[in-house]
Design a protein around this ligand. Structure first.
Ligand code: HAM
Length: 431
């Protein structure tokens, strides 16, 4: 047999990497609790048509799609939002609103593997369903900031736009939804010139193109300044105007309620996913060109899947990328839990030492029991290599006296303690 490697774009997480990822994931779970979200677990395999309905050409073309043995066209999920919208149209249809739903797990996109871009990757996903109000948008921005602060990330910034501004103009100019989707894909991949050329080809008026150009060029840090000046340009496009006002309100509310972050308001900003109808955003750090997370409002998706008209907004945080960001900024990824090594000498002591291990673990003290039958010296060397702080050594002599040796591996100091007291002593010394 050949020596198998992982498939391109797929990764093994070795212990230290797995620990980092779970640390980020655990923090998203804490944030979910703090903000009142309840977890739902949806399947990894879904109907192809559900996943492709509004995910946009970019993502649809990269789905892991196949026929299952029953002949169904299925795919591995490339994101969570479609599954959540499916739930809202079915099992959760009659639940009182709002619902705050959290999910976490792996997703699959046949992207070109590169730094921070994988074919199997992790997200924690938050959706607030049932509210059209700016407060819901603010909550999603707030929890994203809260997450990054809790992880200790520095200098992050939000890139913020609003799908309604672009779509309002294009609809008024008679551009079909399908044509709009093509244009959004071009904008998402920064092909501004091609987008403008395509709009001309579609037959958008000269005034429309000039306004579009202005929308694409409008950006700045100060929401009031950016949006007040833009609103003047949007006089002829009432839906775009409403969208700009909505964005203004969300950002004003964010600022007034003391949620502070660096931001760039970019009204020409588009995201690849087609279901967005309102505010959209991504969060970035200066050390990386790829987003750590992204989200937005999608008020029509649940209805598209046969549910009641249901406004919704959400965000997904890319856990792999956040773990990379923590490395880039040299932040401690976790205070690693101390483990205590237990080393028995001889068969009789092994039985008793296993009992001590059980007792300590029962008190929440992490223990690595010596399972290799090594000499004390060898076992201590190994414990030292693993950066263990304490070792407990139990030999026949100590056993007879009901005692055990407690050794501090860094100072090499050791003392004889009563076996019955060892859990208390360690609890006091380990945080
Ligand atoms: P998205 O922007 O496609 O949005 O993905 C969100 C985040 O997932 C990205 O910002 C990035 O951190 C991470 N991500 C995406 N693709 C990859 C990849 N190939 N490798 C590593 N990380 C990746 C969504 O998925 C929407 N469902 C978010 C949302 C929720 N909108 C509303 N509710």
């Amino acid at each position: 047999m050949p020596k198998f490697q992982t498939i391109r774009g797929m990764r093994d997480f070795l212990p230290s990497e797995a620990e980092k990822l779970r640390h980020v994931e655990g923090t998203t779970q804490q944030i979910a609790n703090l903000y009142g979200f309840k977890e739902v677990i949806t399947p990894l395999v879904e109907h192809y048509d559900l996943l492709s309905a509004k995910s946009g050409d970019e993502i649809t073309a990269r789905m892991y799609a196949f026929k299952d043995l029953g002949g169904r066209k299925v795919a591995l999920r490339p994101e969570f939002t479609a599954s959540i919208a499916r739930l809202m149209a079915t099992a959760l249809r009659n639940q009182p609103k709002p619902l705050r739903l959290f999910s976490s797990g792996t997703l699959y996109r046949y992207d070109e593997p590169q730094f921070g871009r994988y074919r199997e990757f992790w997200q924690s996903n938050f959706e607030i369903i049932g509210s059209p109000r700016p407060e819901a948008d603010v909550e999603v921005l707030s929890l994203t900031k809260h997450l990054l602060d809790t992880l200790g990330l520095q200098n992050y910034w939000f890139k913020i736009g609003h799908m309604g501004i672009l779509r309002g103009l294009l609809s008024k100019e008679g551009v079909t939804d399908e044509q709009q989707n093509t244009l959004m894909q071009l904008l998402d991949t920064k092909q501004m010139d091609k987008a403008l050329k395509t709009t001309k080809e579609i037959g958008v008026s000269t005034k429309g193109i000039a306004t579009l150009q202005e929308i694409l060029e409008t950006k700045g840090k100060d929401a009031s300044k950016v949006l007040t000046s833009l609103k003047e340009t949007l006089q002829k496009y009432p839906d775009s105007m409403k969208a700009a006002e909505n964005l203004h309100k969300i950002l004003q509310l964010t600022q007034d309620s003391g949620i502070k972050f660096s931001q760039s308001i970019e009204t020409g900003f588009a995201r690849g996913l087609e279901y967005y109808t309102g505010m959209i955003f991504e969060v970035l750090i200066p050390e990386m060109t790829i987003a750590l997370g992204g989200g937005g409002r999608y008020d029509k998706l649940v209805e598209l899947f046969g549910g009641e008209p249901t406004p919704a907004i959400g965000v997904a945080h890319g856990l792999d990328r956040i773990a990379l960001a923590i490395d880039k900024q040299n932040l401690p990824s976790k205070s690693i839990q101390e483990t205590t090594a237990i080393i028995p000498i001889g068969e009789e002591a092994t039985t008793q030492a296993l009992k001590v291990a059980l007792q300590l673990r029962g008190r929440g003290i992490a223990v690595e029991f010596e399972v290799m039958g090594r000499t004390v010296t060898r076992a201590l060397q190994d414990a030292d290599r693993r950066k263990t702080t304490f070792a407990l050594i139990l030999g026949p002599k100590e056993l007879k006296d009901g005692k055990i040796v407690l050794r501090h591996l860094k100072t090499h100091k050791q003392q004889l303690v009563d076996i019955k007291d060892v859990a208390n002593i360690l609890s006091e010394r380990i945080d």
